[in-house]
Design a binder for this molecule. Structure first.
Ligand SMILES: Cc1ncc(COP(=O)(O)O)c(C=O)c1O
Length: 331
């Protein structure tokens, strides 16, 4: 097991108290430029181009430990690989494209978890970045490298009913920084919206796009329930095509809930009977208030509850019908 936490870091202590996460991620090994090394040895320069301009593309994957079966399950690693690969294609990251097929990518994830002897829930942050110390922001004629670190991520947002604010910051469009690939730099846009929401006393921000349609949370996809239909914006509305989103849509269909992908107006958030956000960090997190309007009766609704509980069981490998979604690290 990773060494027990020295309670020196407030966020790690918080994660421990809230969720029982039991490691200090800086004490663990990380994957860096093709090797597994100590955290302190995975360093980049102050003139690194990725640091200067946010030139990287990433994904976040959760691993869930199932005590009953002594299994550690990665959630949909192949879907994460495919999305990261698209990001690397758009950002012309030839090292990743040439050297990481899915088996090699999966091996990097499992080798890192194994090297750290992880037997508890954890989050893997996987980043492919521009690995140069140059001043020009561009994607050609530069090296790129993959790095992965582990993090004791508890609840990224409250899961029992959130208060959200529609952001005054508009989501970056596909012709500026494309949201669909999770580029590091777009999270400046996220940070503006998230900060505004937190400073206003809300839990999370909801982005509109340049046409005024609802697109997503600051780091989550969004669903609303209107007339018993589950509605979520389509990929062409500047959203990240979330892997949790895709899973939730499949769960809903399997439960006989009608799912529709269509643009959502702002006031539909206020008239919806239920709403929730989805993401690797956020999991399935119900929204009970938007801009001080109550959503439905202001409580977590039955459709949200049903989907949330199924998702929680699926990620722990408890549901045979979704067994293909999880990869057991220690099998
Ligand atoms: C902007 C944004 N939208 C949606 C999501 C949800 O995607 P996924 O379910 O693949 O984690 C995330 C993050 O994870 C995100 O950062």
């Amino acid at each position: 097991m990773p060494r027990l936490l020295a309670f020196s870091k407030i966020d790690t202590l918080y994660a421990y108290l809230i969720k029982g996460a039991m490691f200090d991620h800086e004490e663990l090994k990380v994957y860096f430029r093709g090797e597994i090394v100590e955290f302190k040895d995975a360093t980049i320069s102050v003139s690194n181009t990725a640091f200067l301009y946010g030139l990287g593309v990433f994904t976040g994957i959760r691993a869930h430990y199932n005590e009953q079966t002594d299994s550690l399950y990665l959630f949909r690693p192949e879907a994460h690989y495919e999305r990261l690969r698209l990001g690397c294609k758009l950002m012309r990251y030839s090292n990743f494209l040439d050297s990481f097929d899915y088996p090699k990518f999966l091996k990097a994830l499992t080798d890192l978890l194994t090297a750290n002897k992880i037997k508890q829930d954890c989050y893997l942050r996987v980043t492919n970045f521009t690995d140069e110390n140059k001043i020009t922001p561009k994607f050609i004629d530069y090296k790129d490298s993959l790095t992965i670190f582990l993090y004791p991520l508890g609840d990224y947002v409250p899961t029992g009913g959130m208060r959200c604010k529609v952001s005054s910051f508009v989501r970056s469009g596909d012709n500026s920084i494309p949201a669909r690939i999770k580029p590091n730099g777009i999270y400046v846009n996220t940070a503006f919206a998230k900060t505004e929401a937190l400073m206003g006393g809300y839990d999370e921000a909801i982005f509109l796009d340049r046409n005024g349609h609802v697109v997503e949370g600051s780091a989550e996809n969004i669903f609303v329930v209107i007339d018993d239909v589950l509605i979520t914006p389509p990929p062409s509305d500047d959203i990240l095509e979330g892997i949790t989103r895709r899973s939730v849509m499949e769960i809903a269909k399997d439960k006989g809930i009608e799912v529709r992908e269509r643009s959502i107006d702002r006031t539909e958030l206020y008239r919806a009977s239920e709403a929730f956000l989805t993401g690797t960090g956020a999991k399935v997190s119900p929204v009970v208030e938007v801009d001080d309007y109550q959503v439905g009766d202001g409580k977590v609704g039955p459709i949200s509850e049903k989907i949330q509980s199924t998702y929680f069981a699926a990620v722990r490998g408890e549901l045979p019908e979704y067994a293909s979604w999880v990869h057991n690290v220690y099998s």
